[in-house]
Design a protein around this ligand. Structure first.
Ligand code: SF4
Length: 158
């Protein structure tokens, strides 16, 4: 895999119990050290290439997820971190939970687990970097940013 620039990462907690968020933070510490790939955690979506989301999407956060995603420049990739972000997890049937992240925006990489392990998250981010590279190449060739296999289960806004 060729990394042509340092990918910057935006993390958003869509309704997590905080278990996955602690593991996301752990992945940036010297023990797991996601920064060895040049990755930096940013709070600004306009600087971000990778969108890592924890927790299922609920009626309060679905608009925030959409807005953050729309503010990120193309090409960009989305990582659903933890089983709640993948499909709603144990909160799936709650009255206020819409489901996983892919009910709102397209997801490129799913990393299950409860909580997600830092090693699994780093593996997912590395997979996302390969997809980001493909999207970047596609953009150079004036193709669409959509990569085959990336999930798109979005529902129309009710
Ligand atoms: S996957 Fe588990 S640890 Fe992560 S937000 Fe859901 S319940 Fe919490």
């Amino acid at each position: 895999m060729k990394i042509s620039k340092s990918p910057w990462l935006l993390h958003y907690d869509a309704s997590s119990c905080n278990g996955c968020d602690i593991e996301v933070m752990a992945s940036t510490t010297p023990r797991f050290d996601v920064e060895r790939f040049g990755i930096i955690n940013t709070g600004n979506p306009k600087h971000a290439d990778i969108f890592v989301i924890t927790g299922g999407v609920n009626h309060q956060t679905r608009h925030v997820v959409k807005q953050l995603y729309s503010q990120m420049p193309d090409p960009k990739v989305v990582v659903a971190a933890g089983i709640c972000a993948c499909d709603g997890g144990i909160f799936k049937d709650c009255y206020n939970v819409s489901g996983g992240v892919d009910t709102v925006i397209p997801v490129d990489v799913y990393v299950p687990g409860c909580a997600v392990k830092p090693e699994a998250l780093i593996d997912g981010v590395v997979k996302a970097l390969a997809i980001l590279d493909k999207k970047r190449e596609a953009m150079k060739n004036h193709e669409t940013c959509e990569v085959p296999g990336a999930s798109d289960n979005r529902e129309e806004e009710k």
